[in-house]
Design a protein around this ligand. Sequence first.
Ligand SMILES: [Zn+2]
Length: 278
Amino acid sequence: MIEQASRIDKNCTQCGNPCEGWVVQLIKNKRLRWESEWACSRCGNSHDGDWGAAPAIIRDRLLAEHGHYRLLVTNETASNGRILKAFRDGFNVSLQEAKQASEKARTDGYEGTYVEVALVKQLLSLAGVATDMEFSDRELISRMREHGLVALECELPSTIPAPLDAILSVTGGYVTPTVAVPHSAPNLAAEMDRHWLEQATRLGLVSADCRFLLRLSDPGSESRGWIYVRDEVIANLPSRIAAATGRREFIALSQDGRHLCAVSIEDDEDWIVTHEFS
Ligand SMILES: [Zn+2]
């Protein structure tokens, strides 16, 4: 079952005694549902729940603890009617609200709790509409920060190559790896961490103040492009990116846009690919 829970502390609605509770959002019979349970030392236990959208206090708690998720419709030819129906069936909202939500799902992405987004994804999949589900940028950025990568708000340097040019220099048919580590290697992750650092150091990729640019490989990276980061750790970058994003591939670029050092996953090897832009 798809569900997400959070602990919440608040005063008992009966007697005002401070008490602990749990809130849960879940999918049951392809419908959205929420439930809450409180244990009050004076009144005993109480619980509550209903179908449909969770009350704001519950939803905000889930978003604060688990982050925003985002849904993107990936097949451009999917019928609008099917997408509208998924939102209306899932959330029981007005046609106008369903229109706004489906427009978002087709463009920047529809954002919600994990359970809300998972439900629409499930309904769309049953209707034959393909989607991607991802962390929202905000969630991704907070996960990166937990792994030492601080996303900077500053403007991108004008000299850097377009993400697509960087991608071609890593995935093009003629590309050869600077280092290749077989997937059978006993310490694949540690080996990749070591090789990436060695190559990045050789290229002078990381600036003296620990800055460089990153292009990740999660579904949202296409619209997001480069992320300007300051790395508070430097070591083990491939492992930290995998831990933060759930994906091992990435492209790192020096802030002057000249040197690139990427991790690419091939059939039976992981590659470190380096490139110099002239
Ligand atoms: Zn009470």
